[in-house]
Unconditional design. Structure first.
Length: 228
């Protein structure tokens, strides 16, 4: 297995050095950036597996950096914020972040979260005859199409859709989605699933009020509609 590559983006050198030390002891290849524009360029050139991204950065803030790299990279994004406000977390998740951690944080917890991101299962998924009309999903090529048009999904969004696509018509609970996409050791509340499902629906052009693809089963979870 190739050694995982992690990009640490923070304008505080002591934090970068601390995180680098812990990650390198785990055997990861670690690179760093100290501002938003250089972070975007580093993701383009080094293709990291995980980006640890501070929200408060010079040049471009972490939210905008995440938004930009999501247009060309499927790297997992773990956002760091010194502000424990819910809006920071929601904004980060909305633009494609996979997890977040509030400063000050435990370096051991950060390492555990990086490991959890890298452990996410990648199970083969192809759409079947029972999938809703207009939706195509090809695991080997990591391609999703709606009515023949390619849809740009993050790695996490692709995996979420993949879990639902394995059994069209079958309800998958929020906790089951957390376990199967984020991994059984990942700790989060149901709201994380709801935010990412919302992002996925927007990209698929799916109206939650009149769903074409993903249906909400209130109090339980979600299911992919069966085809005609």
């Amino acid at each position: 297995m190739q050694t995982p590559r992690v990009l640490v983006v923070d304008d505080e050198a002591p934090i970068v050095d601390l995180v680098r030390g812990y990650l390198e002891r785990e055997g990861y290849i670690v690179e760093s950036a100290t501002d938003g524009p250089s972070a975007v360029e580093a993701v383009r050139t080094s293709a990291p597996d995980v980006v640890i991204l501070d929200v408060m950065l010079p040049g471009l803030d972490g939210i905008e950096v995440c938004r930009q790299i999501r247009t060309f990279s499927d790297a997992y994004v773990l956002m760091l914020t010194a502000r424990g406000e819910e809006i920071d977390r929601i904004m980060g998740l909305t633009v494609g972040a996979d997890d977040y951690l509030v400063k000050p944080f435990s370096p051991r917890e950060l390492v555990a979260r990086v490991k959890a991101l890298l452990r996410r299962p990648r199970r083969p998924t192809e759409t079947t005859a029972s999938a809703p009309a207009g939706l195509e999903m090809h695991e080997a090529r990591r391609v999703v199409r709606v009515d023949g048009e390619a849809v740009d999904l993050t790695a996490l969004e692709f995996d979420l859709l993949g879990v639902l696509a394995r059994d069209p018509g079958v309800v998958v609970g929020r906790q089951a989605l957390l376990d199967r996409v984020w991994g059984p050791d990942f700790i989060a509340d149901d709201h994380l699933v709801d935010v990412h499902i919302g992002n996925l629906r927007k990209k698929l052009g799916d109206d939650p009020g009149r769903p074409r693809f993903i249906e909400t089963v209130r109090g339980v979870g979600y299911r992919l509609r069966e085809g005609p």
